[in-house]
Design a protein around this ligand. Structure first.
Ligand code: NAD
Ligand code: DAU
Length: 362
């Protein structure tokens, strides 16, 4: 991408990955961000506290399904790119309440694409040439792998298994269709499991860190042998920037950490790190807190990502090993008392009750 104007529209920039991306974009690239986020239970303005008073960050509380608002933001701020993170992102919640996922992930993405399609021709020739719509998606659209299957590549057939994955797959198809039908300059990324600062503690890694710290049970679904590929969030954000700058329009890029881990191994490592950093005689060894609970319905067994394309064509690779990234993440959570207190509101407690108290142990 040549000479990009540095104001971009980011959706979902108060969530986990979005807020890391916005912080990196402003601090590393020096660009400006219009940040559109509805501040659902998963969005947290505190993640962006470091940007308070920074004129390069304009936060707008609003819904990506609101076509009029999206159109106004585009025509007022004339961004050179849209980086689309906003979504309902938690698989367990999609099993309980799939409708919210259809609305935000499908209808919301459609609204953004449609407004981008109307905005793009209003740019001058050079601006049209550099404009990009980057749709952030997931490896879950590819379904589940057997132990000896090859990792997901960009040509793996879609086979989404959860309502979350199905809604993301649908949004990917719309993004692809807007490129093919209207020549909208769309780029797409499909990434594996992220971890790191600012992740809402309903997801495996932060949930386990906080429960281990407080001596609560560590609820491992099923036999704990499901495998995920893990990527430190800042590496994911760097990959997105790389795709934005150098990706070929109309293409998708798989992003991953080349780091497959069994859930049980992840939880054991977290226990050891918390024991080391916050030993507690009353709690004792954290591994003893591990509790096997009834499995997630339709639980995908294994994800793995083939990162050959982004590595060879764009020169991106992860910088942090899982071991170092997890240590850094545990250390971060142990220092965030106020952040943790504030995210664990009534709504958070309701979810924890719903998801775990009704899930019997094995
Ligand atoms: P998150 O749940 O932490 O954050 C989502 C953000 O979107 C929140 O700030 C929320 O307030 C906002 N949002 C939700 N509905 C909205 C709406 N209708 N309008 C405006 N804003 C809305 O999610 P995340 O983990 O940061 O994931 C971000 C994106 O990356 C998602 O598209 C997700 O599918 C994708 N992804 C996530 C992972 C992962 O491991 N977390 C991996 C691959 C891809
Ligand atoms: O693969 C990318 C996806 O990774 C993203 O698209 C999703 O937005 C993101 O949430 C994540 O999905 P997962 O379902 O893999 O993440 P989660 O942290 O919910 O679970 C990781 C694994 O841990 C999974 O196999 C389920 C298991 N698990 C999870 C929780 C919350 C448990 O065993 N116990 C738990 O309490």
């Amino acid at each position: 991408m040549t000479s990009i104007r540095k104001t971009i529209l980011v959706t979902g920039g108060a969530g986990f990955i979005g807020s890391n991306f916005v912080l990196q974009w402003i601090n590393n690239v020096g660009g400006a961000v219009v940040n559109l986020d509805l501040l659902t239970y998963a969005g947290n303005a505190e993640n962006l506290e470091a940007l308070e008073g920074d004129s390069r960050h304009l936060f707008v509380k609003g819904d990506i399904c609101d076509a009029e608002l999206v159109a106004t933001l585009l025509h007022t701020h004339r961004p050179s790119a849209i980086v689309h993170f906003a979504a309902e992102s938690h698989v367990d919640r999609s099993i309980v309440e799939p409708g919210a996922f259809v609305r935000t992930n499908v209808q919301g993405t459609f609204t953004l694409l449609e407004q981008a399609k109307r905005y793009w021709p209003t740019l001058d020739a050079h601006e049209q040439q550099v404009f990009r719509f980057l749709h952030v998606s997931t490896d879950e659209v590819y379904g589940s792998l057997g132990p000896n299957d090859a990792a997901f590549s960009e040509v793996t057939a879609y086979a989404p298994n959860s309502p979350y994955a199905a809604s993301k797959a649908a949004s990917d198809h719309f993004a692809r269709a807007y490129y093919h039908t209207y020549a909208l300059p769309v780029l797409m990324t499909n990434c594996s499991n992220n971890y790191g600062p600012f992740q809402f503690p309903e997801k495996l890694i932060p949930l386990m860190i906080l429960n281990a710290l407080e001596g609560k049970p560590l609820p491992v679904y099923g036999d704990g042998k499901n495998v995920r590929d893990w990527l430190f969030v800042e590496d994911h954000c760097a990959a997105i920037r790389t795709v934005l700058e150098r990706g070929v329009v109309g293409e998708c890029y798989n992003i991953g950490g080349n780091s497959e881990q069994m859930n049980l191994d992840v939880v054991n490592t977290i226990c050891d790190l918390v024991d080391e950093m916050r030993p507690n005689r009353t709690i004792g060894e954290r591994r003893k807190l591990i509790t096997f609970v009834v499995d997630r319905p339709g639980h995908d067994r294994r994800y793995a990502i083939d990162t050959t394309r982004i590595n060879r064509e764009l020169g991106w690779k992860p910088t942090l090993t899982f071991k170092d990234g997890l240590r850094k993440t545990v250390a971060w959570y142990l220092e965030q008392e106020a952040w943790i207190r504030n995210v664990r509101t009534g709504a958070y407690k309701d979810w924890i009750r719903k998801n775990y108290q009704e899930r019997s142990t094995l």
